[in-house]
Design a protein around this ligand. Structure first.
Ligand SMILES: Cc1cc2nc3c(=O)[nH]c(=O)nc-3n(C[C@H](O)[C@H](O)[C@H](O)COP(=O)(O)OP(=O)(O)OC[C@H]3O[C@@H](n4cnc5c(N)ncnc54)[C@H](O)[C@@H]3O)c2cc1C
Length: 387
């Protein structure tokens, strides 16, 4: 399992980085603890800057073919349209936000990794520890049950010049390296679910700004629509598709068909930021470096943009060039990008909080007035699409 670069975690960020490095001729192993992919639809929104990065590893075209191109979004309140935002001017090549379920995104990324190197992704490999001796980095890997039977061993190790920890928000490697984190919790809780789309909104994203809190609604491939409802407290454990459908109806007037529900999830929001991304020969990437609120759909995109900026630095380091300064600049730039995204997500959440009717009317009128000014509208569209 030795390589030039070891990547712990075969989520969207680890897989993207693997494909980008393999294209540059770098020997890569991705160690993923899961034997099979999580089918739960988490991220759905892919923004234009990320699509440009994905085009660089030749997966953007297949994603765009399968996904829904959201070319505009509208804000609705009390049954009336408050404002519309179009993404026409945000990018020449990708004037839309692409909606594709995360598991399908990951499948397409994995196909690309396997096409470049059939043996690069090792499943059932749980990375449990790291040792950096200055000249190389060695990780401890525990095989999960099925993989251990096949390989005849439970514990292995692997060595590389560099290690990338893309092992998600609860990053074990971040803990093993002793990297401190800043955590922030928010008073925002959500219940979300995917239903057959009978809304008539087609490929539009719709935000319902209502006194009890926001309802967000996004199209997905296969005539499916995601509904996300903000709650004042965590959803009751027994809340099911019917409860979500009724909440949507109470706030928006539209009743999703509970019998068609294909995914249901309740989540509360927090932000976790690692105080450093680079420790010796290890770089933290994606959610391992910065978990941000899902509201606004930026986390996965942010991780891909981290990775695309890291690739040339890794290639230079492997070629023996001095990279200390470039790594510091990378870290500074990506921590700044994460802070901007976190702030944007906080604004998105703020706009979705409940308000008494008179105050809601003022807030909604302000949103409508801002949306009516073309320059402000375009600026907001660029911010929303991570430009
Ligand atoms: C409800 C919801 C909606 C979201 N919507 C959006 C959206 O629309 N757009 C967007 O950009 N983002 C969105 N996000 C955020 C997005 O899902 C994450 O930012 C993204 O998954 C991060 O990718 P990652 O590869 O860094 O981490 P992960 O996706 O968490 O992947 C980490 C991988 O590492 C593996 N792993 C963990 N520990 C180990 C170990 N010790 N050894 C080996 N493997 C390990 C895990 O099994 C996993 O496969 C959403 C999140 C949620 C919860």
């Amino acid at each position: 399992m030795d390589a030039d670069v070891l990547i712990a975690g075969g989520g969207p960020v680890g897989l993207y980085l693997a494909a980008a490095l393999l294209q540059e001729g770098v020997a890569v192993k991705v160690l993923e603890r899961r034997q099979s992919r999580n089918r739960h639809t988490r991220a759905i929104g892919i923004h234009p800057p990320a699509l440009e990065a994905l085009a660089g590893i030749q997966v953007a075209a297949s994603m765009v073919r399968e996904g829904i191109r959201i070319r505009s979004g509208m804000a609705v309140s009390g049954g009336k349209t408050v404002g519309t935002m179009t993404f026409d001017a945000v990018s020449e090549d990708y004037p839309f936000v692409l909606a594709l379920p995360q598991f399908r995104t990951e499948e397409l990324l994995e196909d690309r990794v396997r096409a470049l190197d059939a043996g690069a992704l090792v499943r059932g490999a749980n990375v449990t520890g790291v040792r950096d001796d200055g000249g190389k980095v060695t990780i401890a890997v525990q095989s999960s049950a099925g993989a251990a039977v096949r390989s005849g061993s439970h514990n292995r190790s692997a060595t590389a010049a560099l290690l990338v920890a893309a092992d998600g928000a609860r990053s074990r490697l971040r803990g093993a390296l002793g990297v401190p984190v800043d955590r922030k919790s928010y008073p925002d809780h959500y219940l979300m679910g995917d239903f057959d789309d009978g809304s008539g909104y087609g490929d539009k994203a719709v935000l319902f700004l209502e006194p009890e809190g926001i309802v967000e609604s996004f199209p997905l491939p296969g005539r499916v629509r995601r509904w996300v409802v903000r709650l004042e407290r965590p959803a009751a454990p027994e809340a099911g598709p019917l409860e979500l459908a009724e909440l949507v109806q109470r706030r928006t007037g539209f009743l999703p068909d509970a019998a068609t529900n294909s995914m249901l999830s309740a989540f509360s929001v927090r932000a976790t930021t690692a105080r450093r991304m680079v420790t010796g020969r290890t770089v933290l990437l994606g959610d391992a470096a910065h978990e941000i609120s899902p509201i606004g759909g930026q986390g996965m995109n942010l991780g891909w943009l981290d990775a695309s900026e890291l690739v040339p630095v890794i290639c230079a380091a492997l070629a023996g060039e001095p990279t200390g300064r470039r790594l510091r600049d990378f870290e500074k730039g990506r921590r700044r990008a994460a802070a901007v995204s976190r702030r944007q997500a906080e604004i998105n959440m703020l706009l979705g909080r409940p308000l008494p009717r008179p105050l809601l009317r003022v807030r909604t009128a302000a949103i409508g007035a801002a949306a009516a000014v073309p320059m402000v509208n375009q600026w907001a569209a660029r911010r929303f699409t991570m430009h």
